[in-house]
Design a protein around this ligand. Structure first.
Ligand SMILES: Nc1ncnc2c1ncn2[C@@H]1O[C@H](COP(=O)(O)OP(=O)(O)OP(=O)(O)O)[C@@H](O)[C@H]1O
Ligand SMILES: [Mg+2]
Length: 552
């Protein structure tokens, strides 16, 4: 009796309010969420893909076709959907392009896995099969890749143009590609027989006005700041630049202090003391021989006045990241403590000049000590257009960097994916039992790339796929979807080139996410992860909040 009473008492392991789903239910829910995410970005793929308009909880609007940006702005809640967002993030961080493709492929891998699970293939077998297939896919890509000269501008420009072909700025892709290639080759360093590129060496600034074709490459740096005082020079040649991290102001106390003053003389001496301190600061800087100051913090009005009298050009409130770039470019040291500044801390540039760009003034620093430093000044008519232009230029810079660092390319339009599918179908034949099914599924999943490109161009998916299969069977390895003409063409002839690195990373990121989700058979969501109730009339969810687990 005692035993049966004991068993009637529920054993609470998880806190009240926790959510849990297991086995098939957990898997189905994860796969479903991942597929929905993939479905959302599908229509953005390729030059004929559509853009998305995203509105955040503050009402800010972003217009983009960039996979990572779409997912970032979507603020998804489901844990599996979050893993899909991670796919885009990894892809972006590793190679900078192919984020939409990676997410679509991951979704399709999961969709095909779902079919296998319903045919009683165990997820572990699918995971093993997928990993083998991914390895084979990477080898296939290496085999078909075309080696190029890493400084061959023609190839590099084409790669940049293709990366921007699917973006809002595609009309101006030739001009922007030229700039991206010049910028990357400018900062590329030769190490042995390889090149290495640090994108941080390229400063990207944007300013509204004119059109995107007026985007310029500047040999040097540009700060979105004006000279602080009208009495200062607007142009300094042979600039000796002091880079200051601390403010040129009398420090305010952190707490409120009350000073009792009982005579006008005391006020006088108080103010004089302050003035002396500020004068002392100016003296320190003048003593180094500096004729330009870039300050990360504020500059007191009185200091501005003194500096102007000494003929020193000063800029304030520069971004921290820009200070680092300035240090690197001009060979100067960012000084934290003004007491310690010496001549050897100063940077050098041939010219520092304030110029009027659109309605605003910007400060250009050209002919820097380190000739590698370059900046790209993006122009465009509206704020949102410039933002998307900046993302597109980022993609272009990334793909050119990818190719300069690993000088191998493939053609696009879904042609490498078709070669992978073909190789995997052959490979599947050599495998025993159920793993064969998984490799077969991988090969079908990767065909989603040409299929989606075609679909977005308004073509019939079945016609496209059958023609592609037939032509690849005949050995036309670069046969892909020409989305502009609406037919199958040789993508190499059309010069639709993409970095091998991007294609390889797509396989890696998509497989990683799909297999990670397939291994999960238990989802336990702690009670505190539930979204807190919002006050009436408040936004749908807490900004940045985790949100609750959806009901399974
Ligand atoms: N002229 C073209 N004809 C056919 N396909 C093209 C052409 N230009 C680009 N593509 C294809 O478009 C696809 C890339 O599309 P898109 O840039 O929209 O997505 P992504 O690179 O995967 O993601 P994102 O750029 O958002 O990070 C590639 O498969 C590429 O081969
Ligand atoms: Mg792209």
């Amino acid at each position: 009796m005692a035993e049966s009473t004991a068993s009637a008492v529920p054993v609470l392991v998880l806190k009240e309010g926790s959510g849990r789903s297991r086995g098939g239910a957990a898997q189905r829910s994860n796969i479903m969420a991942a597929k929905i995410v993939a479905e959302t970005v599908k229509s953005a793929l390729g030059p004929k893909g559509m853009d998305k308009m995203l509105v955040d909880s503050m009402g800010d609007v972003t217009i983009t076709s960039d996979g990572r940006t779409i997912l970032d702005e979507m603020d998804v809640q489901h844990p599996a959907a979050k893993i899909m967002v991670e796919v885009a993030k990894t892809q972006d961080e590793e190679v900078g392009d192919g984020t939409t493709t990676a997410v679509i492929v991951a979704g399709e891998l999961l969709g095909k896995a779902e079919d296998l699970i319903s045919k009683n293939v165990h997820p572990t077998i699918i995971v093993e099969g997928y990993n083998k297939a991914a390895e084979k896919a990477l080898k296939t890509l290496e085999n078909i890749a075309i080696p190029i000269n890493p400084t061959d501008k023609e190839f590099l420009k084409k790669v940049a143009e293709v990366a921007m072909a699917s973006k809002l700025v595609s009309e101006s892709r030739e001009e922007l590609a030229e700039i991206a290639v010049e910028a990357i080759l400018h900062v590329a360093r030769k190490l042995g027989d390889k090149y290495s590129v640090d994108l941080d060496d390229i400063m990207v600034e944007k300013k509204r006005g004119e059109s995107v074709t007026d985007t310029k490459l500047i040999e040097g740096l540009v700060l979105g700041k004006e000279v602080v005082h009208s009495g200062m020079p607007k142009r300094v040649e042979k600039a000796k630049i002091a880079l200051l991290e601390s403010a040129l102001e009398v420090k305010k106390t952190e707490f409120d202090a009350k000073i009792n003053i009982d005579s006008p003389e005391q006020i006088e001496s108080f103010l004089r003391e302050e003035e002396n301190m500020l004068k002392e600061m100016v003296k320190k800087i003048v003593a180094t021989g500096a004729n330009v100051i870039v300050c990360q913090k504020g500059i007191d009005d009185m200091v501005q006045h003194f500096l102007a009298r000494k003929g020193i050009l000063a800029v304030r409130r520069a971004k921290k990241s820009d200070m680092e770039k300035l240090g690197k470019a001009t060979g100067g040291k960012v000084v934290t403590n003004l007491e310690e500044i010496t001549e050897s801390d100063l940077g050098y540039a041939e010219l520092v000049e304030e110029r009027k760009i659109g309605d605003d003034k910007m400060t250009f620093i050209e002919g820097c000590k380190n000739p590698r430093s370059v900046a790209i000044l993006i122009r465009g008519g509206t704020e949102r257009f410039i933002d998307e232009a900046e993302r597109s230029v980022h993609d272009a810079l990334c793909v050119v960097r990818d190719v300069v660092q690993e000088p191998k390319i493939v053609a696009g339009g879904g042609s490498p994916e078709m070669e992978i599918a073909r190789a995997l179908k052959d490979y599947a034949q050599s495998l025993p039992g159920r793993e064969q099914l998984a490799v077969q599924s991988f090969s079908e999943a990767i065909e989603i790339v040409p299929l989606t490109l075609g679909e977005n161009a308004g073509l019939d998916p079945i016609d496209i796929l059958s023609e592609l299969i037939a032509r690849h069977e005949k050995g036309e390895k670069w046969a892909g979807v020409d989305v502009f003409e609406g037919k199958i063409r040789d993508m190499k002839e059309l010069k639709v080139y993409e970095p091998l690195a991007v294609k390889k990373q797509i396989i890696k990121s998509a497989t990683e996410a799909a297999t990670m989700l397939l291994r999960i058979d238990d989802v336990i969501a702690s009670a505190k992860m539930k979204a807190p109730p919002m006050p009436p009339g408040g936004p749908g969810e807490m900004p940045g909040g985790y949100g609750g687990m959806p009901p399974y």
